[in-house]
Design a protein. Sequence first.
Length: 195
Amino acid sequence: MSVKLSTGVLATMLMCTGAVRAADRIVPPAVPADLELSSVYKVFLAGHAVGTQNFICAPAAVPSGADWLFIGPQATVYDASGEQILTHFLSRNPLQPDVLHATWQHSRDTSAVWAKRLRGSTDSNYVAPDAIEWLLLEMTATGTGPTGGVKMANTVYVQRVNTVGGVKPPASECTLGTLNTRKLVPYEADYYFYK
């Protein structure tokens, strides 16, 4: 499957992953200081995600009695040539069965990484006002594929940057009369995986 990427995103991705395939040549993105990582960690994979941030209208301790509850992402992550490399979703952490974490599963070897939010940033020098925050996520578990795939097994940190869209729907659209309504909000982001 291929996807149409904007010229700026495609140029960035080509610099990071396309023309130069060696993992040590992927350039880490410029990020706010609180999302930076030590040079000890190296980017080994980068991709552009297209999908949705998903919400459900649920009872809440707010004046209206209801608010949007985040129920996870659904996205496909593409390389610079537009080929699918990962699927991104929310799933049960295999090391913490009662906990749901962000998950990325490799499209070929089906290895996976689970991660939780370590820090976020809405720094207006980086993050668009109508976009979800940029994140630094910390690995909480990894898993090999059924045939021994290990592409994601060395992940320690994940950065979510260059976000577009994905923000929580307006509060006025979640009322006691619209409980259980789901909203799938389109978003895009670049993900960088570090080992």
